[in-house]
Write a protein that binds this ligand. Structure first.
Ligand SMILES: Cc1cc2nc3c(=O)[nH]c(=O)nc-3n(C[C@H](O)[C@H](O)[C@H](O)COP(=O)(O)OP(=O)(O)OC[C@H]3O[C@@H](n4cnc5c(N)ncnc54)[C@H](O)[C@@H]3O)c2cc1C
Length: 369
């Protein structure tokens, strides 16, 4: 390798919630951290419905300053039945761009060098001579779009559902849900997340999430139904307009993929360089609800701590990280995956209302054995 390569202890690929938390944790633990993201600014454009359940709030200072409204309950519509109320179901609607920016600020304050507008094109293994060694061994380097090269002792892959780092270590999110969401005026204050389950929203659900004077109206579906997604969201929006709940003007449109196949990785290597995956890159979004902010924050923090520990010589840190993720998320991911499988099997016969209830977190059937 030449001196043109820039070196860090920990390279964090992606600076969403998982990457920003990883960068902060690794820097706090004393590692020299470089974090890179292809976005021009943190959290922009927002690709999120912006709901987080309450338990995250006690851990993350960035949340408190960026909450737009509280959520007290969830209402679930199954087909044309009247809604079922789940209360309490506490959480917060946040400004996701400001939240992501606050997490990046915290990482910078901890000493991490966070860079934006820096797309990583490729990760590869190149021969490198490490201190004390007399023969070169393959080490990971990141090739940036502008031709620059970064090398690190550990890489944290926090680069979302279609992770480059994941692909480089052979851990790919095989199952994704596709989403579409519009933001519209909300005509009356509302403090519940509204969920719409129906056989014609396959592999997902529709939603209305209130955010002050506006609401996010959207849907997620299995990729086979992607061509119908625009019509599904338009129909839901039109229904809510007709009911007088929301306005017809659309102030924002977004979408994106959510991993729904359960955990991948989270540990691998490029050459001799350890790679830890976190957040959506590691498939930690819930396969039924699609919620992934809280698990991104938690896993990112743990990945950053583990990366710094590896740099400091802790040879068990990667395995410990994998075990911690399994302990934290394994059971809930497994249950959600099982319910997805059941719904997919039911689809062949035509999905009944009882099958939809069994597949959604509001109902005791979901939690039953
Ligand atoms: C429409 C929609 C609605 C959602 N609603 C909710 C919700 O209400 N609540 C909830 O909890 N979850 C929700 N989610 C899921 C949630 O947004 C994700 O789980 C969460 O963002 C995961 O965080 P992350 O840091 O792992 O990944 P991301 O937030 O995706 O961050 C990954 C970062 O990596 C960067 N990156 C990727 N590739 C490269 C590259 N090659 N080079 C440089 N940078 C790169 C990206 O620019 C990005 O900034 C929603 C998702 C979608 C699509």
């Amino acid at each position: 390798m030449t001196s043109a390569i820039e070196h860090a202890d920990v390279l964090v690929l992606g600076l969403g919630p998982a990457g920003a938390c990883a960068a902060a944790a690794a820097a706090r633990a004393g590692a020299r951290v470089i974090g890179v993201d292809r976005r021009v600014a943190p959290g922009v454009p927002v690709q999120c419905a912006e709901f987080v359940p309450t338990p995250l709030g006690s851990n993350v200072a960035a949340l408190a300053a960026n909450v737009r409204q509280s959520i007290a309950a969830m209402r679930t519509w199954v087909g044309d039945d009247p809604p079922d109320l789940t209360a309490p179901f506490p959480g917060q609607m946040l400004d996701r761009d400001a939240f992501d920016a606050a997490l990046v600020r915290a990482a910078r304050e901890a000493g991490a060098d966070c860079r934006f507008d820096v797309p990583v094109r490729r990760l590869s293994a190149e021969p490198a001579l490490s201190a004390g060694a007399n023969r070169p061994e393959p080490r990971a380097v990141a090739h940036l779009a502008d031709g620059a090269i970064l090398a690190a002792k550990v890489i944290v892959g926090a680069d979302g559902p279609r992770s480059l780092a994941g692909r480089a270590i052979g851990c790919v999110n095989a199952a994704l849900v596709e989403t579409r969401q519009v933001t519209v005026p909300l005509h009356a204050a509302h403090d519940a997340t509204d969920i719409f389950l129906a056989p014609d929203i396959p592999g997902g659900y529709g939603w209305l999430f209130p955010k002050g004077e506006c609401a996010h109206v959207g849907a997620g579906v299995d990729p086979v139904a992607k061509s119908r997604l625009k019509a599904i969201v338009a129909r839901l929006h039109a229904m809510l307009v007709e009911q007088g709940r929301v306005g017809s003007e659309i102030s924002a449109l977004t979408g994106g993929a959510i991993p729904v196949g359960g955990m991948v990785g989270p540990v691998g290597a490029i050459g001799a360089t350890p790679v830890l995956l976190a957040g959506d890159a590691s498939g930690l979004a819930n396969p039924v609800t699609g919620a992934g902010i809280a698990s991104a924050v938690q896993s990112g923090t743990l990945a950053g701590e583990a990366a710094a520990a590896i740099v400091a010589g802790d040879t068990a840190a990667a395995t410990d990280y994998a075990e911690e993720l399994d302990a934290l998320f394994g059971r809930s991911l497994e249950r959600a995956l099982e319910r997805r499988r059941e719904l997919a099997q039911a689809a062949a016969r035509g999905v009944s209302k009882s099958a939809l209830r069994r597949g959604w977190i509001a109902y005791p059937e979901y939690w039953a054995a």
